[in-house]
Design a protein around this ligand. Sequence first.
Ligand code: ADP
Ligand code: MG
Ligand code: MG
Length: 875
Amino acid sequence: MEKFVYSFNEGSKDMKSLLGGKGANLAEMTKIGLPVPFGFTVTTEACNKYYDDGEKLADTVVEQIFEKLDELEKVSNKKFGSKENPLLVSVRSGAVISMPGMMDTVLNLGLNDETVEGMAELTGNERFAQDSYRRFIQMFGDVVLEIPKSKFDKVFEAQKKASNCEFDIDLTTEDLKKIIVDYKKIIKEETGKDFIQEPKEQLMEAVKAVFRSWNNERAILYRKLNNIDSSLGTAVNVQSMVFGNMGDTSGTGVAFTRNPATGDNGVFGEFLVNAQGEDVVAGIRTPQPISEMEKIFPEVYKEFLRIAELLEDHFKDMQDIEFTVENEKLYMLQVRTGKRTAMAAVKLAVAMEKEGLIDKKTAISRIEPNQINQLLHPKFDEKELEKAEVLAKGLPASPGASMGKISFTAAEAEEAVAKGEKVILVRTETSPEDLAGMVAAEGILTARGGMTSHAAVVARGMGKCCIAGCSTIEVDEENKVLKVGNLVLNQNDFISLDGSTGTVYKGKIDTIKPELSGDFGTIMKWSDEIRTLKIRTNADNPRDTKTAVDFGAEGIGLCRTEHMFFEEERISTVRQMILADTKEEREKALEQILPYQKGDFKEIYKVMAGKPVTIRLLDPPLHEFLPHEGEEIKQLSKQINVPYEKLLSKVEELHEFNPMLGHRGCRLAITYPEIAVMQTKAIMTAAIELKKEEGMEITPEIMIPLVGMEKEIAFLKKVIIDTINECFEKEGVKLDYLIGTMIEIPRAALTADKIAKDAEFFSFGTNDLTQMAYGFSRDDSGRFIDDYKNKGIFEEDPFQTLDQEGVGKLVEMAVELGKKTRPNIKLGICGEHGGDPKTIEFCHKVGLDYVSCSPFRVPIARLAAAQAAVKAEEK
Ligand code: ADP
Ligand code: MG
Ligand code: MG
């Protein structure tokens, strides 16, 4: 019989896919002898079975749960449902990949009208028993019965007000009893049934609720944002309760073994006396820093530090720990690898290598390539900061600088961003419902909550600037005003946030480029030592080229020439070229464009200082350079002195039903070879002049776009070589050069052996290759790709991460065929995918020489390429 339930002493950290992250690590902590309340885990397979069976718990699963429950009763020496000595449990979800805040936990399960009396007697603490019961009914009502939480909150707040209590701990036993009566009324009203009194029934309902929560909206959104496979399923952990709400000798807390925001050494976290569960993160009372525990429970604190260190040594990484103190005894409730900012990730990786905890390969593998994006982005200009007016100070919850207009709700933020505005989401505190607004906003500011509040955790995960617990501001979401003392700001006002210091500034503040030395430099250096893929950049002007070189680019993989055509002074000459009736007229116009193009290439070559530069011949259809609207055409006709009718008829003549598959790429140059001639001249003479003037050796790589057949490239290669030889003769200087092609049409991939006869390099243009392999227009597919994702047809957008199965097969085939004809053929990728870590891993695997990506992604690509090399070695 298949085993669906494991006791904590039957598992280990290596069983995450079966037991979920939480369950596997609870088992691991049990195994190494840490104080973990005993319990068992219902596996992810049971969850998948639940869905396979049409959302029903199979009998075998139920039976196995009861068997383990018997065992738990024996071990804990308590009895489920017993009045004298009741066993209470928590029911906790735990997916394979931790999904913070996405799934809900039920605590104190097993309480009913009888056992609550028993708990009171047993502990001699009636208030505690009633407090636990009201918590249980509330959580059960919310999570299992799916009654809006606000209904319970309303009753709770009303009672607090009636009894004149500032905090929940001020409520008396009698108050709590009244609350319980009202809670039960809510449940009866909402479900038509009484609150379930039978503990076993409570347990089964809770287990099913956890399985259901795998497919709640928040969980689905989180999985979508983080590309988590929806077929993994969640496990359920059933664990005997320990109580942090037993009075002043108890408490609960969360901590990291090192600072997750900065990477600094020393435990970091928060703690709350006389509290249970998520009180710490819910911002109910402001928690104390973990270090204060030393004064309150010195012995417990010592033990806590010992365990924190032990866990870090054991897992060899920074850990995120949840714990509870019951009557001055410490219990561990959760451990997992701590989420961290990019800054902390880099610092921790370097520090742990220095400490000898991990090696360099592990160190570079610890950093999520996409995450270092935040380090590459601007910070506030110090000088601007001095002038800036400080509005308030809060907790530096997630570093970075951001600026925008105030939005008071997630929906507002989304709307404003859709209109192209930058916004800061300002809330009293955030909840999972705000997720979409947080994604849209530049930064997040909350009045309440600590370093581990929802806003802080989620923002750090997204690499978004966040200031939490900014208690001197008052957020009035209803009237849409933000008050700071006497100052009142509203929706149209700008504010700036420095998430690294927690400072809120009035107005807009300019930002500057980040510093890329120190630990970041070390990680880049190690990455460069480890990787074998070269990293190039896609750049078509000197500024982007410089940025990329500063970020470590080793060449240009794609220099597009069409952007140069659009510049102010040139576009009219370009238009004259397009409107020309004869070859002679066209050549005359091209003659005027030539010096501009040459100048552009020269500037770019200079920045690259001898590194390889691949320049692509003109690619887009010519109509893109002409206006399409009647008014604009009229204006242009006056401007360039061409009769309106003639202009209009040319625009109509160039109109294509499907320009993506139309007269573009090499097809243009086949019709008008003079365009290729002019561009070749510009490419070569720019290099020749630099050789003459500065002795700089440049090997231009001329790339022909959109080739699908051998004869296309053969035809153009001859035009290009003839032009080059003419240049050499005229200038009296020779240079090395390469002529190659993009592989972006499926036919080119299929006949790559023939194309390689003429092509000295292949550069995979995976944007077009994806478009044509799928038959998806890349300009229109955005409209339905989300539907594909929502319906589980796509895990990822194939325009962002290469589809290895299909498009990747074309790439592999072309690599193989190309090498057969030309063993030393140079191979690279220049589509958007070139900066995507998963695609980079694929490129390494299939043996490309380089990837080319946008300048800001160069460091990400360096790291990803190194990780790919490490992974390949491990296999
Ligand atoms: P999440 O996945 O949202 O972190 P958890 O399952 O970790 O949810 O539960 C949230 C909190 O509930 C824990 O951090 C802990 O404080 C409390 N909790 C869970 N199980 C127990 C237990 N057996 N005894 C005491 N507190 C518990
Ligand atoms: Mg939670
Ligand atoms: Mg937890």
